[in-house]
Design a protein around this ligand. Structure first.
Ligand code: NAP
Length: 327
């Protein structure tokens, strides 16, 4: 069970990749606020310098009382996760500072510009694979041995709803996140007792990445700052018993906004209202579609109801109602 006590409990050292903006930055600041030590990296030096100052000022006013110790406790480095030597350098610095992390969040990621697979430029395809898959593998290569030495460690690989389903225009990204899921499950079978590796679908959050694939509709979604406290609690509560799990850091209700986007962008004369009732039902109320669904009952049932929904709205049957894939 998730508890917020653990979030504010024993101080941990958490390494997060991709901290210059978006989810990584908000998570880093949230963890610092809770008194934990952050090791962060990404490539934009100006943003990293700004974050280093923000972390220091958050820590001086954090729940940990000894502020003189807190000011410089965080380590922020310029690292390109797609480069094995750059990640090796990060690992070396961490060892030198005796700051082998308790938790690693492999968050750095990139997405291709919306395009059909045969129209995606080669360099963009490569960047997605190099960052999302090879970047994660580089981190595992250099940090798992350090964690094994300590006989403990939790690794969170940032996946996506699109690591468990598919959508048009983002095939390279989907391929990379399915790979992250596979990499995670296989690595889970190799870790010794005391450690865990999980794949985390963070939900849908309004970041630069979301703006790239959703355009202005990204504004319908939660901000990284409102996402971070929930994610931090979830991540800090992971234990070795979670090894190999696939996790999600969002409630279905937040992800429901994706349906609103669909209705708007397809020009359907409906507005969706999300319901969280126990029974699965779906009905039209004038021009308004209402929907209740217990998401815990799984994708197949949901898919069936989505088909019914599409018929009601007279949607073209081969238009994929991809929004449900976030659940
Ligand atoms: N936002 C969502 O709704 C959503 C949904 C599902 C999954 N995710 C996943 O969540 C993670 C964070 O996404 P986000 O939305 O926060 O994206 P974002 O706003 O685009 O931020 C991506 C971060 O990754 C860093 N990064 C990219 N390439 C890197 C590299 N080669 N080396 C080091 N750092 C690199 C970027 O910094 P620099 O460019 O400065 O290096 C940036 O800090 C990603 O793995 C993404 O796939 C997000």
């Amino acid at each position: 069970m998730l508890t917020s006590e653990a979030a504010a409990g024993a101080q941990k050292t958490v390494l997060i990749t991709g901290v210059s903006r978006g989810l990584g930055k908000s998570l880093a600041l949230e963890l610092a606020k809770l008194g934990h030590t952050v090791i962060g990296c990404s490539r934009s030096q100006d943003k990293l310098s700004a974050l280093q100052s923000e972390l220091s000022s958050v820590s001086t006013s954090s729940i940990s009382s000894d502020s003189s110790k807190n000011i410089n406790k965080h380590l922020i480095m310029n690292v390109d996760v797609s480069s094995n030597s750059s990640v090796e350098e990060l690992a070396r610095s961490v060892v030198e500072k005796k700051a082998v992390p308790d938790i690693i969040v492999n968050n750095a990621g990139t997405i291709n510009r919306n395009n059909r697979i045969w129209e995606v430029p080669t360099d963009e395809f490569d960047a997605v694979i190099d960052t999302n898959i090879k970047g994660t593998a580089n981190m595992l290569r250099h940090f798992i041995p350090l964690m094994i030495e300590k006989k403990q460690g939790i690794i969170v690989n940032m996946s996506s709803g699109w690591g468990r389903s598919a959508a048009a225009q983002v095939a390279p990204y989907c391929a990379s996140k399915w790979a992250v899921e596979g990499l995670t499950r296989a690595a889970a079978k190799e870790l010794p007792p005391g450690m865990a590796i999980v794949a985390l679908n963070p939900g849908v959050i309004n970041t630069e990445m979301l703006q790239s694939c959703f355009g202005s509709s990204a504004a319908l979604y939660q901000t990284p700052d409102s996402w971070a406290p929930k994610a931090a609690t979830m991540i800090l509560n992971l234990t070795s018993a979670d090894n190999g799990k696939t996790c999600i850091a969002a409630s279905p209700r937040e992800n429901m906004h994706s349906c609103q986007r669909y209705a708007v962008t397809e020009g359907a004369r409906v507005e969706l209202a999300a319901g969280m009732g126990r029974e699965q039902c779906f009905w039209l109320d004038g021009n308004r579609a209402r929907w209740k669904s217990p998401f815990s009952r799984g994708g197949e049932i949901l898919e069936k109801w989505m088909r019914v929904f599409k018929n009601w709205l007279n949607m073209d049957s081969d238009v994929e109602l991809w929004t449900w894939t976030f659940f």
